[in-house]
Design a protein around this ligand. Structure first.
Ligand code: ATP
Ligand code: MG
Length: 217
């Protein structure tokens, strides 16, 4: 049996995000968690973002974000799309989603997969103590934070919320969805940062192009 595995208990990773658009940084992070924590699967959970609450005029629609996640994970049998938060619409809180998942799947250990920026911002999340009670945190190392700073934050969260935190050894892919939307707006290619099918879909539908942006402003 692999280290850390409890008999009869499934290990599920949860990769939440706006995914506007999903990119190779998200996929590399989820894949690192899958391998390093010997997970059974990783659920991709696009956040709800109803039109009346949309704060980013340059953003894709919900169905476009869903389609992009579907394209991106189609090459990874261990990645599964979970539409729960999007179906509910409105702002969904991670702690509610996790409580619900735990309730539905009691024989499961959950690993909430986050980037380093999310780990640093954990105290500002809604009820971090509930999040930490429901799942382990699996945090990546992104290059904007030195390792000592991340480790310091991890110890703080362990003490404050009894968090159980795993640090993932991830390749550093210094991109964000915000940056990718900007590149599109400027007419530049994002092909090195997203799977080909996602780039094709974005181009074909001119999701983040300057024309689409101006129309939505
Ligand atoms: P935005 O620019 O809109 O904030 P983003 O690229 O940061 O987008 P999110 O949807 O905010 O993507 O992030 C979802 C999760 O993925 C977060 O936990 C975030 O820390 C992590 N993440 C985002 N980009 C990277 C990356 N390049 N490498 C590792 N983790 C990442
Ligand atoms: Mg972000």
């Amino acid at each position: 049996m692999e280290a850390g595995r409890k008999p009869g208990i499934r290990r599920i990773g949860i990769m939440g995000g706006t995914f506007d658009p999903i990119h190779n940084g998200h996929l590399a992070l989820a894949d690192a968690a899958y391998r390093q924590l010997t997970l059974d699967e990783v659920l991709f959970l696009p956040a709800g973002n109803p039109p009346h609450k949309r704060t980013r005029p340059e953003g894709a629609t919900d169905s476009q974000r869903l389609a992009m996640v579907q394209y991106a994970i189609s090459d990874y049998p261990q990645f599964v799309l979970d539409q729960e938060e999007m179906r509910r619409g409105g702002l969904s809180y991670t702690k509610d989603t996790l409580l619900r998942m735990k309730d539905e799947k009691p024989d499961t250990e959950f690993f909430f997969i986050i980037g380093a920026d999310s780990l640093m911002a954990m105290d500002t999340w809604y009820h971090p103590e509930i999040i930490c009670r429901c799942c382990h945190l699996a945090a990546a190392i992104r290059d904007e934070y030195p390792l000592e700073v991340l480790q310091g934050k991890a110890s703080e969260l362990e003490q404050r919320y009894h968090a159980s935190i795993f640090m993932l050894n991830t390749p550093r892919i210094p991109i964000s969805s915000t940056e990718l939307r900007r590149l599109c707006r400027e007419g530049r290619s994002i092909r090195s940062y997203v799977p080909a099918a996602v780039a094709d879909f974005i181009e074909k539908n001119d999701i983040y192009g300057s024309q689409a942006y101006n129309e939505r402003l």
